[in-house]
Every structure is written in C-alpha cells, then in structure tokens.
Design a protein around this ligand. Structure first.
Ligand SMILES: *Cc1c(COP(=O)(O)O)cnc(C)c1O
Length: 363
C-alpha cells in the first residue's frame, strides 16, 4: 500500500516498533530521559533554542495553542491565507474572539511579501499575523523569511503554522525571528497522529502574560513549568512520544540537511513525472511545495472515481481537493518516510489509472 496523502504519512519500521513499547510511568525516570531527548531533537528540527512544548493533540490543537496563549478577545489579527489551512488558523482566532482581517491569494499561489507589507502599512496596528509555511491544501510554500521581515517592521507577533514543513522544508525559527511555530507528529515527523509541538519565543511569552483568551488544557505556561522537570501537565500520549523519539533519531542519523534535500529531490521528480503524464500542476514551480503536489483534474476526470480506482486497483492512496478545490484537483503527499521509488510507484499507478475508462465521467 502506498499511503501518499499529506498526513498521516507512513511510519518507518523503527517507529512502528517504538510505538508498541510497554507503558512507563509518565513521571518516572525513563519518561524524563525520553522527554529531554525528544525536546532537544525537536528544537533542532525547528532550528530554535527557545521553549519547545509538546502537547497531546493534533496539528489543529497546536494552532489553537498558538492563538490562546498570545491573544485576547478583541485583538486585531491579520490572517495571510492562501488556502484551507490558512483559513482554519483564521477561524480559530475568530472562534476565540479575535477581530480577523484576511489577506488572501489565489489558490495555487504564495503570499506576496510586498502585498503583506502594503496591507500592514495601510491597516496596522495588528496584535498578530498568522501565516502558513506550507499550505497543504494547494501544495504551495510561502516565503516565511520574507514575510517575517515585513511583519517585524511592525509591532505584530508572527504565528506560523509549520505543520507540513517541519523536518521536510527548511524553517529557521530563530534566524527568521518567528514568535510562535507549530507542528504535529503525523507529517514530516513520520510518527502516528496525536502529538503537537509549539515553540514560543520571548515576545510570545511577553504576550502570554497579558493574553486573556480562555486556556486550560493548552496553557503553555503550565507546560513550560512542567517541562522544567521534563514532565507534562496531563498524561501525554506516551506511545507516540516513544514513536516520535525513534523518528527523530532516524532524522538525525540521515542529517536534517539531507532530509531537506531528499524532499526537494522527491518533489521535483514528482512534478516532472506528473507533467510527463500530460497533467497540469496547480502551483507554479517558483512556489511549489517540497512536501505536497496538487494536480489539476483534467477535463472529464471525476476525481473521487479516479482516487478510488488508484486505491482499489493499484494500492495508492491520494487525497482529494478541499473546499473550493474539491473536484478540481487531487493531492499527493511526499513527506516524511518517502524516497524516489515511492514517487515512481505513484506515477506508474496514476499513468495506468488514467488509461482506465472509468475515471472519465463522460466516457
Ligand atoms: C495537517 C495540517 C493541519 C492540521 O493538522 P491536524 O493534525 O489534522 O489537526 C494544519 N495545518 C497544516 C498546514 C496541515 O498540513
């Protein structure tokens, strides 16, 4: 089976083994050693020396944690959104009472840092700017370094959804001055779903002091205090921390730069192969993601039928389009535990399935 959706991603054998470890006391010495190891290695993936808090939640939980630990109801927030996950980040802020303005881009394109700069110049002040590093719904990577520069010319905090980029696409939390960065276990980190991670910089902690959105389970101040003795406020997903530890060791064995290079190579191979099949990509090459490829459905293709053919006849599982892109694209996840041979298998299956009459609605 080729599970090539943008998460959950396949997990390597060492991670499968680690996930089946017997339970340990989550306040005992084995857990302490593991938390220290996992936290340190995650900081390396985030390229940060700042606080890195592990939460038992999915990626969406990490976005909620970013919001409720830095903002108050009524705060003005700018959402720079280029797709469904950018929209979700905005909706979470709104659900907690923030006043959110949206700066959108056409699906398949990246946010233009100059447009963000112009918007900020004409609409500031904002308490925070929300941005997605890699928009999984369209297969587009934003230039977060450039966006951070223009945001930091203002007082606003920069909160970054890096769920589908951490440990696959280079992200420099400290060098780019990102105040809050979030991710989760089941994408580039090659682990089962259930863990989220959030980094908090000094400016984010300053905002934490005055932030009044209700928080309890996701209170990062509590998580930070517990982490001083390598513990968590509530019972964590112990099995997934075992799994994540194994995955982080595998990432370190390969070397983070080699991991990034592999994702770059694999994504180029995928896009090249898709074009060779006569299909069109949603994103321009200049902003195409190293972790997710969105392919336009050719005229006559019924996407749901096509994906079902791929699954049932070829054992290849891909993802449909979301929201306004439903029925118009399909998406291939190539992040985490992936290499050239996986790309070739996926491309071969797509080529075969395209020949099958049943994928063409009118046929
Ligand atoms: C997957 C994803 C999320 C949501 O993660 P869940 O674990 O499904 O809650 C958020 N943002 C991005 C960019 C994602 O790819």
């Amino acid at each position: 089976m080729q599970l090539r959706i943008p998460g959950p991603t396949p997990i390597p054998p060492s991670v499968i083994d680690a996930a089946s470890h017997q339970m340990v006391n989550h306040r005992g010495p084995e857990f302490v050693a593991m938390m220290r190891d996992v936290t340190t290695r995650l900081q390396a993936c985030f390229k940060t020396t700042q606080d890195l808090l592990l939460l038992t939640a999915s990626g969406t939980g990490s976005l909620e944690a970013a919001i409720v630990n830095t903002l108050s109801p009524g705060d003005r927030v700018l959402s720079v959104t280029i797709g469904s996950f950018g929209d979700r980040f905005a909706e979470i802020a709104e659900a907690h009472g923030a006043q959110v303005d949206r700066l959108r881009a056409t699906p398949g394109t990246a946010a233009d840092p100059a447009a963000v700069q112009h918007w900020l110049a004409t609409h500031a002040p904002y308490k925070a700017v929300l941005v997605t590093h890699n928009e999984t719904s369209t297969g587009v990577t934003n230039d977060v370094a450039a966006i951070a520069k223009v945001v930091h010319a203002t007082e606003a905090l920069l909160l970054v959804d890096a769920v589908s980029s951490v440990a696959s696409i280079d992200l420099e939390t400290d060098a780019w001055g990102l105040d809050v960065v979030t991710t989760c276990s089941q994408k580039g980190l090659m682990s089962p779903p259930g863990l989220a991670a959030v980094s908090m910089g000094p400016r984010a902690w300053q905002s934490y002091q005055s932030a009044r959105m209700p928080r309890y389970y996701f209170d990062l101040g509590k998580a930070k205090r517990e982490l001083e003795h390598w513990a968590t406020p509530a019972t964590p997903a112990v099995s997934i921390i075992f799994a994540l530890q194994a995955a982080l060791h595998q990432i370190d064995d390969e070397g983070l730069d080699n991991v990034f290079a592999r994702h770059r190579r694999v994504s180029q191979r995928m896009r090249q192969g898709i074009k060779s099949l006569g299909l069109e990509l949603l994103a321009a090459e200049s902003c195409a993601s190293d972790t997710v490829t969105a392919v336009k459905a050719p005229a006559g293709m019924h996407v749901a039928t096509f994906l079902e053919t791929l699954r049932a006849d070829y054992g290849v599982v891909l993802a449909p389009g979301q929201a306004s892109l439903a029925g118009k694209i399909f998406r291939i996840g190539h992040l985490g535990y992936v290499d050239d041979a996986d790309v070739d298998e996926v491309l071969e299956a797509i080529g075969q399935a395209l020949k099958s009459q049943s994928v063409l609605a009118g046929a």
